[in-house]
Design a protein. Structure first.
Length: 476
């Protein structure tokens, strides 16, 4: 008898969960449910509130994603205009607390940059073309069918009448994102007391897309990081290459230092950052959009894997399991790694195997822990952070992260460890290996530099862009 999986949410987490089931159990029917009518091409949609802002698919998530598809999702993305960038030499990164990171001829950690709309569309099209067993339906999930022992489907509304109001399933996967009602659904069937933790720095993101200036196509991704150690609100900005020969320029500010949504205010905010490079890059660039602003950026951790009672056949992945401040670019990669854990578990066992859901949750929680420690170690330090108080572990992690970052600006061993963990290629324990630990404790062997490590050709591009127009480009 064929099996059916219901996946709630057709974003990256849901699509990759569906790919995992499809790859491991080819005969299974997969029903994807989403509130939105999905766009027919690479476009933003209402159900992805951060979709208009910068997204990074880190190396760990990228490798997990590729493993789930028989067809070459890499080729499809690059043909559509996505960029692959080395963390070691394809990026200019400035820490106000530590200076510029040096660049190395090392390509072990790479990330993918493009719009979220393009990534969703390419992954969805790849999934639908590799299997006929997946169907996507617009519907609102109202609750779970089942009890504390086992989930057997979902209750829905607003769907095609052919689906009815209840969809039976052998496996239900909640990948419905930040707005998931999974705590409410579980409480309704008798699973209560799930531990939660929330840390909210009040980050506001403001993003505008520009046409890449002629001749600047090869300029590296450029990032001015926030400073969590100054006692003032964090302020940051990034110039991210995306498809269509465009730059996505994102500014971020924590509570009390939020970027404005008007064009001139956006430019003024960027001009006031600790280094002028982002302002210089866009001084003569042509804006293609208005300034988009969003504030759904808190870190929320739901400890489902620790719940003493957990129903069989129910899983939670992606942002429905944990959300992170998007400034750290790890959410999609955590979702991809969780989907890969599901795939591996299904290959070893079966949808109906007792304990499968708990095992996948425990595995996925390890990736969550790595990303959580990165995000929270910084966010707890900003003024007026809200949610639970910083723990001793949080403070220790923040102190170590500060020493590591300073060391990484002038030590390859420290930088390589930092890249491996932030790209989710390795767990946080990577930072405690002897070479990384020694480099962190001893500090950088090279002095701080407050000038970006530009190649001659890049310096010429920056000089030309700075002098094309003495004043920032007039906004539309």
């Amino acid at each position: 008898m064929s099996q059916r999986a219901v996946v709630i949410g057709a974003g990256i987490a849901g699509l990759l969960a569906a790919a995992a089931v499809s790859r491991a159990v080819p005969e299974a029917e997969i029903v994807l449910l989403d509130r939105d009518v999905l766009p027919s091409g690479p476009a933003n949609r209402r159900g992805v509130p951060q979709g208009q802002h910068a997204h990074l698919l880190m190396a760990g998530g990228w490798m997990a994603m590729e493993s789930l598809f028989r067809e070459d999702v890499r080729k499809r993305l690059f043909e559509a205009g996505a960029h692959e960038i080395s963390l070691a030499n394809g990026m200019l990164a400035f820490s106000p607390d530590a200076g510029w990171f040096r660049r190395y001829r090392w390509n072990a950690s790479r990330m993918i940059t493009c719009t979220r709309g393009l990534l969703d569309w390419v992954v969805r099209e790849t999934l639908l073309q590799q299997t006929s067993k997946v169907s996507i339906h617009q519907a609102v999930v109202e609750g779970l069918l089942g009890d504390t022992r086992r989930i057997r489907g979902v209750r829905i509304s607003g769907a095609d009448p052919a689906l009815g109001s209840e969809v039976e399933a052998d496996l239900v996967i909640d990948a419905s994102g930040r707005g998931s009602r999974n705590i409410e659904w579980l409480t309704a069937i008798g699973v209560s007391g799930v531990q939660q933790r929330k840390i909210d720095s009040g980050l506001t993101n403001a993003t505008r897309i520009y046409r890449t200036p002629p001749g600047a196509e090869s300029f590296p991704l450029t990032m001015i990081q926030a400073n969590p150690y100054s006692g003032r609100p964090g302020r940051s900005a990034m110039v991210l290459p995306i498809e269509g020969n465009r730059w996505m320029v994102s500014a971020g500010g924590t509570r009390g230092g939020e970027p404005p949504n008007d064009p001139q205010g956006f430019l003024d905010y960027i001009a006031g950052l600790p280094h002028p490079i982002v302002s210089q890059l866009i001084s003569g660039a042509e804006p293609l959009t208005d300034v988009a602003v969003s504030r759904s950026t808190s870190n929320v951790r739901r400890y489902f894997e620790k719940s003493p009672v957990w129903p069989e056949r129910f899983l939670v992945l992606g942002d429905a399991l944990a959300t992170f401040n998007p400034a750290y670019g790890q959410g999609m990669s955590v979702a991809a790694l969780g989907a890969h854990d599901l795939f591996q578990e299904l290959v070893r066992s079966d949808i109906s195997t007792p304990g499968l859901s708990r095992r996948v949750l425990v595995s996925a929680a390890r990736h969550v822990d790595t990303a959580w420690s990165t995000a929270v170690a910084m966010d707890v330090l900003y003024p007026d952070v809200r949610g639970e108080k910083a723990t001793i572990a949080d403070r220790l992690a923040a102190g170590y992260a500060r020493r590591l970052t300073r060391a990484a600006t002038g030590s390859f061993n420290a930088a390589a460890a930092l890249w491996d963990v932030t790209s989710l290629k390795a767990p946080a324990s990577r930072l405690l290996r002897p070479a990384a630990l020694f480099a962190t404790l001893n500090g950088p062997p090279l002095p701080r530099t407050d000038e970006p490590p530009l190649q001659p050709s890049e310096r010429q591009i920056l000089q030309r862009l700075t002098h094309v127009n003495g004043e920032p480009h007039e906004s539309r």
